[in-house]
Write a protein that binds this ligand. Structure first.
Ligand code: PEP
Length: 250
């Protein structure tokens, strides 16, 4: 169907233990057998598994990422927090920032912007999540919301920063409901244009996230402007993740 480079970001959220690592063997094998397919797979396990994942994936083409980080770049008295330097030392190359679950926990655009700057300073690739709530969508505030998140989050960044946008309508996350293709196409076009206004990037990469699964992946793949997927629930089973990638490239 396609051989364009697509990202598949497996966001394990607060799931997984050392036993879960066994399931990754199948995925490593799959990536070895499909070297010619131009996909980039990134596992974002909870902090507690970053080191183990890093060890396990050392010789593979799969990268690892963290699901968040603190905005402070130096070590300090921030109980319960982990900064970008610490996750980079553990082997992470990516970090998810601005996820709606963290925005709900108090991450403002200003804090997210600080986190992004701190992550970029550590040479991490940032997966910057944006998306409107159902109530914002109903009130026709989607564009306004996305614009505010983009200008706030990306404020003051240097050109060609390592930023990948993940468009995640909050009402799609974990609900099994995805936007209609026409709506998704329109929003992704809007996001690409807004990001271009804010920061000079060689290419604006926009992923889609929100209930991506085996049932809807073919529909989503029809949208050429989508550069990949951030996958939560469906990424926890190796077979599901492999099948989603297979369906994208077959
Ligand atoms: C997410 O965690 O960002 C996500 C998209 O989750 P799910 O795929 O489970 O909706």
């Amino acid at each position: 169907m396609t051989n364009k480079l697509r990202y598949f970001i497996a966001n394990w959220k607060m799931y997984g233990d050392l036993k879960s690592l066994k399931s990754i063997d199948k995925v490593i094998k799959f990536t070895k057998l499909h070297k010619k397919k131009r996909f980039k797979l990134v596992y974002c396990p909870p902090y507690t598994l970053l080191h183990a994942f890093s060890d396990k994936l050392k010789k593979s083409t799969i990268s690892i990422g963290a699901q968040n980080c603190h905005q402070e770049n130096e070590y300090g008295a921030f109980t319960g927090s982990i900064n970008a330097k610490m996750i980079r030392i553990l082997g992470a190359k990516f970090v998810i920032l601005g996820h709606s679950e963290n925005r709900n926990d108090g991450d403002t655009d200003v804090i997210i912007n600080q986190k992004i700057k701190s992550a970029l300073k550590q040479k991490l690739n940032v997966l910057f999540c944006i998306g409107e709530t159902f109530s914002q969508k109903k009130k026709k505030l989607t564009n306004k919301t996305l614009k505010k998140q983009i200008s706030g989050g990306l404020k003051g960044l240097k050109k060609n920063s390592r930023i990948i946008i993940s468009y995640e309508p909050v009402w799609s996350i974990g609900t099994g409901i995805i936007p209609k293709n026409i709506e998704l196409e329109r929003n992704i076009k809007f996001i690409k244009a807004e990001v271009k206004k804010q920061i000079k990037l060689k290419k604006v990469t926009v992923l889609y996230g929100g209930s991506v699964n085996l049932k809807n992946i073919l529909t989503l793949n029809m949208i050429a402007s989508i550069d990949g997927y951030l996958i939560g629930g469906a990424s926890q089973k190796a077979k599901n993740l492999i099948d989603i990638i297979k369906k994208t490239y077959n």
